[in-house]
Design a protein around this ligand. Sequence first.
Ligand code: ADP
Length: 345
Amino acid sequence: MEEPFIACDNLVKIYKIADLETVALQGLDLVVAPGELMGIVGPSGSGKSTLMNILGGLDRPSAGRVWVDGQDLLKTSNADLNRYRRSKVGFVWQQGSRNLVPYLTALENVELPMTLAGSGRRKRKRAEELLEAVELADRRHHRLAQMSGGEQQRVAIAVALANNPKLLLADEPTGEVDSTTALTIYETFKRLNREHGLTTLIVSHDPGIARHVNRVVAIQDGKMATETVRRSRTEGAVEGEGDDGVEVEDDFHELVVLDSAGRLRVPKEYLEQFGIKGRVMLDLVEEGILIQPVPESVQVQAAEQYVGELVPEAETRSSKAFALLNAARRRVVGLASKLRRRRGE
Ligand code: ADP
């Protein structure tokens, strides 16, 4: 297999504010090949932005491993991480205007980061090339304020390319535009990816993103949950059909991610449909592995055996006392922190 461009192994990110810890990533695995165009979807709070910030060198993981283009982002020094971010990564945010100055023209906006980076001489020509790459050459002298949302977002993409990055990270780039405009933005990403081999990761809420990228991974609770891939056209299609001008519909497959420890996340609807909870029966059948609910009789027996065998009566009483003690301790700790908050500590 080709050397991956991005490799995340068991990535963990814990944010700590006062006494409260949030586990934003909990053992995330991800491999991205050079030149991939990939979508990342997932509910709000699932860890998408955290992952983008880590891949972009804006933040560091708490544990695990993350490699981008042969560089270990966990172990690298602060100075090297800054250098990595400035030289290898381009960012596109939801509000295109976040990186742009409204009273400057498109050309001036693209030149600005090059001026700041001290690459003075060739910047006019390079800025023109970049605006051409996002198909805005004819709008280069328009001020940002005179441009549509989609055009502004494409200027933002050109700005993100100013440092000639190898990795383009886009966080909800179509979040604030209508679906027609979103299409032009996706087209721009596709063209840049095709023509310049730019590895591109796009975070999106848009379920339709699968049509515009090679692969979509879904994050849930800080972990990869599923991956949607396009089935190769020749596979399911009747031979010759495509050649005869009959349009072949794209065919997508949602695959469940199996992590390195052998764990997989079974969709909630499937579990609910079969009333599966807590434990399952796994059986080998001819086609693969069958997951079944545990018959009631087995569950009752197992529970009886567990209680009967492992917890003698005396110990049950002492664990009750232990639980009571623990509850009391929690109440004291809670009261103490409430008091501290009231005193403004
Ligand atoms: P998404 O982008 O999928 O909406 P995020 O990566 O922004 O998710 O957030 C994942 C979790 O981490 C959330 O519970 C969020 O509240 C928390 N979180 C994100 N950034 C911070 C931060 N800087 N400090 C504390 N908690 C954070």
